[in-house]
Design a protein around this ligand. Sequence first.
Ligand SMILES: Cc1ncc(COP(=O)(O)O)c(C=O)c1O
Length: 365
Amino acid sequence: MSSCTATAIIDCQALVNNFKRIKKVAPNSKILAVLKANAYGHGLERIAKTLIQKEAMADAFGVARIDEALELRAAGIVKPIVLLEGFFSTDDLPVLAVNNLQTIVHNEQQLNAILTAELDKPLKVWLKIDTGMHRLGINPEQFQYFYQSLSTSKNVQQPLVLMSHLACADEDNNALTAKQLNLFEQLTQNTYEERSMANSAAIFTMPQSQYDWIRPGLMLYGVSPLPLSSNSSACSGIEPVMTLQSSLIAVRNLIAGETVGYGGVWQSEKDTTIGVVAIGYGDGYPRHAKNGTPVLINQRRVPLVGRVSMDMITVDLGRDAQDQVGDAAILWGKQLPVEEIAEYATTIPYELLCNITRRVQVEVI
Ligand SMILES: Cc1ncc(COP(=O)(O)O)c(C=O)c1O
């Protein structure tokens, strides 16, 4: 008898193919591959190393925390790395300079710290403008002041990159998107700086947002940022990089009227067979996945029944099931899109991918 426990199978060729597909859609833009949150749960170093190969060569990497950037440098990655939220403390500045890390500037504290620092080398800066997301970024009225200050500072490499982030790129014809794009264009059109706006959704649905740098995250991993209800075929041609798999560790008969799992919240209406799969919220499988969430076993979709436990889930295999202990169970992947599981769990695929925990084994193909 042999059963495998929760395993994330990472298909590096799929990553390469997705990268090439993105490049085809935006041939004139440089690619900053977004690797934050452990490369969306796919393994920071592994993904970075796959994206420095000749056939899929990112121009830069984007991370959220300085520790992620330093981990990449320690792994021997020499490509430009951009801190997408900038630096959080003045003490970080020499670390940025020594490690050749680029930073976003989105507030006055960061601007003043850079202008007054004593640095051995100037820093590469991405100036983030808030065009309507109202999360990070300088207000449009502050643009000239920040732009002039950074353009003339001895601590800043020229040219700058001017950037903004879209709030609703994944929604069809959202008026805020057009407003953000117009404002960004208006503010930046007479500068000689590089520009960047597009995340995954925008790269595919709004070519006018591609500019000099695109910043794909989710699509690199073969997942669509567009809602399942969207009929857009914009994201076709990408393939999931991660397959999350485990196996049946028990197959049990259940009599009609009996309940399954904590709280006895699911009761079978008929005699059936219950399969117990070795995966739970301790592995990152969403606890709020609804009854009926599909799990792929022996090429057929069977429904999740009962509550998700820390280490196990239960599925209804049906009365005459032939499935056996040790059979593989796919939670998401090529034949079962994580986008669909996210809907059953009332969340987004980003969260499911990032939530994969340390005890999940990784198999790279
Ligand atoms: C500034 C910035 N650019 C790009 C991305 C990539 O977004 P996506 O994963 O939707 O492509 C993110 C992710 O949140 C981001 O914060």
